[in-house]
Design a protein around this ligand. Sequence first.
Ligand code: PHE
Length: 433
Amino acid sequence: MSERPNWTSKYAFIVTTIGSAVGLGNIWRFPYIMGQNGGAIFLAVYIILISTICFIPLINELYIGKLTKRECIGAYESINRNFKFLGVLNPITGILIAAFYFIVGGWIINYILKSILNFNINDYGEYFSNFIQQPVYPCILTILFLFICIFVTAKGVKNGIEATNKILMPLLAAILIFLVIISINLPNANIGLEYMFKPDFSKLNSHMVLAALGQAFFTLSIGMGALLTYGSYIKEDKSLVKSVYTIILSDTAFAILAGIMIFPAVFSFNMEPNSGAGLVFVTLPKIFSQIPYGNIVSLAFFILLLCAAITSGISIVEGPCASMVERFKISRAKACTILFIVISVLAIPATLSFGYLSDFKILGKTIFEFLDFLTSNLMLPLNTLFLCIISGWYLKIKGINIIKNKFFALLFDAGLRFVVPIALICLMLIGLN
Ligand code: PHE
């Protein structure tokens, strides 16, 4: 078998990991969850959690990858043979996430095509629900999006994953800044900015805190082995702490900028910020249709969303791909072909769950909702919990080996052993209700 790949530089590692983190979670999910949870106060809680509690499992996952230099299953196995099945849960989680995440990737491709072909519709809500209910077209788009991510992954760590992130991430930042400038220059943009930055403390509650925590874990891609795999490609990084803070800071900046891009526009056109998942696919297209050069703005926005989804999509595929390559000793191309088939088989019924299969329910949820629920509320926190317990209680990893500052190292030790596991258990208990 060929040698294990490595990142060509520290920049490559950081930009690719930021690429994994910055995704639909930042631009699609973050604004609508913030919209449903009271705006600025949610943002404040989110920033506190992401820069403290989330730092620990993020660095832990990368560190275990860097330490073991193995893909997920091998990494767990090398710690203790009996942990192997816990490792297997990671690529499985990745495949299940792919099955619903990539559907949204397909929707984005449709909106790009619509923006090119002049997007003038009377009722955007009706358009969106009719579109996702169709039996064939959304399936084709989902598979197209899956194909793009699989193709990049199959080209390898250096020529595929690294090269794509190095192009798409700067493009993503440039488009985002362009759209932010347009948005804050709309009439009454200040109302949206106030909504984002002037906290209303009456909206503070435990449910919202947990929503912020769940969002922070999801957006950092913690808990499915993507980071562990990316960490295993690090040749040397003497200041992993600095890299991790760069990743967290950038991810948060992208989320905040996405909010600054969306909320002033929403308030400027007297629309509701709490329309949930439809915020990006219904409310925004309605706004685009009312502004000058709306088609170009719409095209730019959905290209931005596509870049973000691809760089995260690649990381979702890379975990299971690396596991298959290293365990079954097969080529990347073969592993990617198998993954393409497996994810398609799962994603097609999930795509159909908006139309044909909408009456097929698991625990009262459609297939799409169930996959989202199972992975985001259960499997991601559970995998993270296992890894924290393994590091903190079994390997007895000491913060001082990772963080040079003694005080912060002690905080890290307490966080890894107690605070993060407790927070994760609360997250799962609330998520299961
Ligand atoms: N972090 C990605 C996002 O924000 C989603 C993701 C979750 C990617 C888990 C990989 C693993 O969209």
